[in-house]
Design a protein around this ligand. Sequence first.
Ligand code: KIV
Length: 272
Amino acid sequence: MSAQNQIRRMTAPEITARKGKEPIVCLTAYDTPTALILDEHCDLILVGDSLGMVVHGLVTTVGVTLDMMIMHGQAVMRGSQKAMVVVDLPFGYYEDSPERAFRNAARVMCETGCQAVKIESGSHAAATISYLVERGIPVMSHVGLRPQSMNVLGGFRARGRTQKVADEIIESSVAAAGAGSFAVVVEGVSAELADKVTAAVDIPTIGIGASAGCDGQILVTPDMLGMFDRTPKFVKKYAGLKDIIETAVKSYRDEVRSRSFPSDAQTYKFRK
Ligand code: KIV
């Protein structure tokens, strides 16, 4: 029994049970203040390795380290109480053996307190998924456009245009579900293919640039908040955060330069 007065988080079996039911709301977060806002509205928060690009300014997710994921995972856990928190295993920390994947996934789970990990799963991944799940680590899979493989795929392009690749995506989704994944992210494929994946697996599909027919949706939060001028075509910008920040910073700059800075508000009050 825990001495803590805990609010219960959404669990992996509860996410799986949503297959074909109320769509699952997912977003990424990388820090405490964002997690505090998302927690009330999301079923699942992903600490995605997209943080390499949208927080740390890397060109791809390939350079993201396990320590980066753990640090951001801890921050998101501090800001959330209800949503299920899933942390990405980054490139190079899980592909070569199920044992190494387990050691790194266990480190992420123990040091962050998150409830699951996500791995980008090609056809080779089933053995790793079942190894982790059998040892107590819930796994979310990720098929279609797999950003960690962008050097092999030749860029961030939609996947599954040929029958061969479309079949591979369906096969790896079925294999990931069979191996015990509790859900699968389907990224950057046609709506037709995403719908076929949704019909082929008995776990929820979480679409990103895929199909409204998926069992849930996920977006990279800074993209949907309008932090960047350039975002993938499918992303709807629900806010214009970049413009809001720019306007605020310009007002601040102008007040500082013109010495019209509100003197009272900006004066540190010392206690008598
Ligand atoms: O890293 C990430 O943010 C992701 C989402 C795009 C699903 O994997």
